[in-house]
Design a protein. Sequence first.
Length: 338
Amino acid sequence: MLTIKDISMETGLEESLLRFYESEYPEELPEKIVQGGMVVFDNSALESFKKIHAIHMDKGSRQEKAEKCRYGRVIAVTSGKGGVGKTNITLNLAIQMQRLNKLCVVLDADMGMANVHLLAGIDPDKSIMDMVDHGTGISELIMAGPEGIGIIPGGGGILGLADSNRQERNKIIKSLEQVEESTDIIIVDTGAGMGQDVRDFLVSADELLFVLTTDITSLADAYGLLKALHHGKMSKRPIYTVVNMVHTINEAIEVARRFSGCAEQFLGLEVRNIGYLLKDSSVGAACVRRTPYSVFRPDARVSKNTLNIAKALLENDVEELRTNSAFGRYLQKVSNNG
């Protein structure tokens, strides 16, 4: 017969660890016997404890490996039309998330009319076009932006990139898997409209964030884009809205309600509003200075509104999506569909 102390000496395992196994895996152990006022096990307990330890260590190893293989969160910001402040929101949202201790990278995916770098106050010497034409690695394209965020410049004013084909876009998306492995959040600033270059990035993202305004054309175009994605059999994912440039909170609530109502009634989709941005002169003043408004005036109401949106998004993370690559899932889907 063996006591826990005897088993510890025979196996080399700490007594405290054996006690833990005893409480957590009682069904895996032989029946305990009370002998001479002590609790003992028969000799078969040695192999039982060794087996439990092996299982426990393997489980820990698999969990550690899974944690190491976690991928960054991919959030695509879109609008359906231009002029709604989408790029400004993308950039400042990344800055606020970075301030909340999340490593953020902004991908300027507006093929041909990219301008994230203009608002960020940086002058890139390379862009995604260098990857397409010259095979430049994605790590060489990431530039340091405000507050430590990373920025992958798009092809500003490059017609060839705006007219990119599926093979070229897939090459870009494939390279982004590397970025997912080394960052917490990738925020994708997509182009306006419903072109295939826009839809590729929207379909590949983990989550969609629609930027709306009170303009009726903003609602119509955003809904049209959502409808096109839905009819294209886009897989289920979280869909959010933010309402930009509003004068009152009630105004924002009404716009968000109309959009989510249409999505639910006609498409059967759940769309959640996650915030609003009040109209603020700080935005225009910051643009003139090529400085993000959350850096130019961090205490401005629009900066605080953006911070609230960042916090809301972080609170609504879907952990299951972190175990594999969003861009990898998309490429697999494309491959399966021929």
